[in-house]
Write a protein that binds this ligand. Structure first.
Ligand SMILES: Cc1cc2nc3c(=O)[nH]c(=O)nc-3n(C[C@H](O)[C@H](O)[C@H](O)COP(=O)(O)OP(=O)(O)OC[C@H]3O[C@@H](n4cnc5c(N)ncnc54)[C@H](O)[C@@H]3O)c2cc1C
Length: 395
């Protein structure tokens, strides 16, 4: 019987184990943590956004990564939905076309999935830390019972990125890869909050959502909401422009995304009477306290000329914003470069060893794109591992 090893029991590793087991392989699935898929469970805490209900071409274009194209075509949003419902987890589509399991959490889906893998004979080894790439086919693990070895005909590595180390994705594997000359793109935070120093005037707004706002940085514009925190800005709209901010672009905030510059100017030009400028902004533009405070924070002293003030309301420049540290990011860009693997995601320098999930060098916004690509690459790597093992056996 062909023996397959999967290392890393996040979504990419779990689907790889399933594909390999369904192909009739004997599968060992090892994870360094005492329980599998901790980051996946964390993702479910604020609602597990599995994928996006969007035309496939638009969905794929979001990744801006041609290498992912065939993989997401092979296992895309519809397949993710079928996968979840196949585990008795019905889904619904939220207002922004984001798809969630009705249960919102990841735990019922994970429980059902682990049960299915168990039924397929997959052996899950907890607390098994993979030591690094072996020279041959025998992989070594640090386990509570001492060193253990596994001989594998094919291996899928799904070790995750380099954020939220306490959940298992510590990126420690990268050092071993680098030492062995495997091309890696440097890890960078992705979908992260950004820090900025606030004056005391902003303290009363900490924890409040800034919404709706338009955020523009570099080539990206998004309308949504973010949270003002004591450290800076967090939440979905900031995550959406975070890659552009990481690259040093200035962010501009549109405080009235529903109004054009001309409409804002026209409203601001109405007679102000005895109203303070703040009251005038509140009455004419319905700007709530937080938006007016931000306008003063980043745009003060405010011009009184309606044209100049309208320009500021529509494109308020933020001061330099510092990305939160890598470990706090929702995901990480960087990892195994696509030129280090073949079209089937097999390491060119290690025949029989495949890579999948966030450990590969792709990046995506939140919105279910992350989990979808982890599942798609996990399935792709395992499909090609099956093909590789069968071709080898036939030789
Ligand atoms: C707060 C939060 C919310 C999120 N929400 C969403 C969301 O709603 N939608 C979405 O699409 N994505 C979301 N994500 C991102 C998503 O969870 C990840 O992209 C996804 O889990 C990555 O899957 P993976 O299988 O590649 O790696 P991981 O899930 O990181 O799994 C990697 C596994 O490898 C194991 N491992 C690492 N090194 C070793 C080793 N040496 N030996 C053995 N095992 C090892 C780890 O213990 C871990 O279990 C969220 C992330 C966070 C942190």
């Amino acid at each position: 019987m062909t023996h397959a090893l999967v290392v890393g029991a996040g979504p990419a590793g779990l689907i790889a184990a399933e594909v390999l087991a369904k192909a009739g392989f004997s599968v060992d699935l090892a994870d360094a943590k005492p329980s599998p898929a901790r980051k996946f469970l964390m993702a479910g805490k604020s609602g597990l956004n599995l994928t996006m209900d969007q035309p496939l071409d638009d969905f794929i274009a979001t990744y801006r990564c041609p290498q992912l194209d065939p993989m997401v075509r092979d296992f895309g949003p519809d397949d993710v939905v079928a996968f979840a419902t196949g585990l008795d987890q019905p889904v619904f589509t939220g207002s922004s076309r984001r798809v969630f399991p009705t249960a919102m959490k990841a735990s019922p889906l994970l429980r059902a999935w682990l049960g299915r893998l168990d039924g397929l004979g997959v052996r899950l080894h907890r607390n098994w830390r993979w030591i690094g790439l072996p020279d041959g086919q025998v992989h070594r693990f640090d386990t509570p019972g001492g060193e253990r070895t596994v001989r594998a005909d094919v291996t899928v590595l799904a070790l995750g990125g380099a954020s939220w180390a306490r959940l298992g994705s510590d990126g420690a594997w990268a050092e071993d890869f680098r030492m062995r000359g495997i091309h890696l793109a440097p890890f960078q935070p992705s979908n992260m909050g950004v820090g900025c120093p606030w004056s005391d005037h902003m303290a009363r707004f900490f924890g409040q959502p800034l919404k709706p706002v338009g955020l523009t940085a570099g080539s990206k514009t998004v309308v949504g909401e973010c949270i003002v925190s004591s450290r800076g800005l967090e939440g979905s709209a900031i995550y959406a422009v975070s890659a552009e901010l990481r690259n040093g672009n200035t962010m501009f905030v549109d405080l009235t995304p529903d109004l054009s510059v001309a409409q804002v100017k026209q409203r601001l030009a109405r007679p102000r009477g005895k109203n303070s400028l703040s009251n005038h902004l509140r009455k004419t533009l319905k700007l709530p306290d937080l938006k007016r405070a931000l306008l003063r924070e980043w745009g003060g002293p405010l011009p009184t000329d309606p044209g100049a003030l309208a320009a500021l309301v529509k494109a308020l420049p933020a001061p330099p914003l510092a990305p939160f540290p890598l470990d706090e990011a929702i995901s990480t860009a960087g990892g195994v470069a696509f030129d280090a693997v073949d079209d089937g995601l097999m390491l060119k320098s290690r025949p029989g060893v495949f890579c999948a999930g966030e450990m590969l060098d792709w990046d995506a916004p939140t919105g279910g794109y992350l989990i979808t690509a982890c599942l798609a690459t996990g399935k792709w790597a395992a499909d090609h591992a099956v093909r590789y093992a069968r071709d080898n056996a036939a030789r």
